[in-house]
Design a protein around this ligand. Structure first.
Ligand code: CU
Length: 266
């Protein structure tokens, strides 16, 4: 039966190979319509990151389609059924190999230079401002610590939260300090186009400016143990006034808990 199938459709393998670029391009074209494309960008710098992403996507996309079509063409043309002559192997072409080594090398070098500014802005030039909050990754939660009214971290009036909700002001430069209490994690804010590996024993910095208020996902992007899947949270981007009121609420709540604990301990 299989034999009969191949007699009926001698170029089956060539067509199967052709299906790869066709489905690949179709997925790309339809992704936006079915909402499985990039999450909405609410950051000020995100456009630069997205532009880089699209530039590389189109570049690799064109190479991908051309390669797949050539593969299809040869699979179709040299199908064994229609070519009785045995294959002849060649020892390769020296100049062709030089060309296909130099071309990708130049392309990679170009991308490396082209993205340098974006990298420096996102990873090398932190703003000279006090920390907005500290983020601690632990198996399997994100903990947040905010400076109290004195504006300084690690003092008596700090607010510590372990419920996975991070509150930040919108439209302002934000500087986060990122640490780990145990293993490698990765603090990922998809809607802010920000991702930073979290490494035990190291203090990392992350900075950005959000341009829209709302609630967005916090994810761990580094497999960190059995509970990695549930290491998620929410970032709440609030206008200045609401943000201040929220922090004040959290501080009061914390103080009440402290007083209650103190009373209970007596
Ligand atoms: Cu994780």
């Amino acid at each position: 039966m299989i034999k009969r199938f191949f007699r009926w459709m001698p170029n089956f393998w060539a067509l199967l190979f052709l299906a790869v670029p066709v489905m690949g391009v179709a997925t790309f074209v339809l992704a936006d319509r079915y909402n499985i494309w990039l999450p909405r960008d609410v950051s000020e710098h995100g456009r630069t990151i997205d532009q880089l992403f699209f530039f590389i996507l189109y570049l690799t996309g064109i190479v991908f389609v051309v390669t797949e079509v050539v593969l299809f063409y040869f699979a179709w043309k040299y199908e064994a059924k229609n070519n009785r002559e045995p294959t002849k192997f060649s020892h390769g072409s020296h100049s062709l190999e030089v060309v296909w080594t130099i071309l990708p090398a130049v392309t990679l070098l170009f991308i490396a230079i082209y993205q340098m500014d974006a990298w420096a802005a996102a990873k090398m030039r932190p703003p000279q401002i006090p920390f907005t909050a500290e983020v601690t990754g632990r198996q399997f939660n994100w903990d947040f610590r905010y400076p109290g009214p004195d504006g300084e971290l690690y003092t008596q009036d700090d607010i510590v939260r372990t419920d996975g909700n991070l509150y930040l002001p919108v439209g302002e430069e934000i500087l986060l300090k990122i640490t780990s209490a145990d293993v490698l994690h990765s603090f990922f804010l998809p809607n802010l186009r920000m991702k930073q590996d979290v490494i035990p024993g190291m203090d990392q910095k992350m900075w950005f400016k959000a341009k829209e208020s709302g609630q967005f996902d916090i994810v761990c992007a580094e497999l960190c143990g059995w509970g990695h899947y549930k290491m998620k949270g929410r970032v709440h981007l609030l206008p200045r006034k609401e943000y201040e009121a929220k922090l004040e609420d959290l501080r009061k709540e914390q103080n009440t808990m402290r007083t209650t604990n103190a009373v209970a301990a007596e």
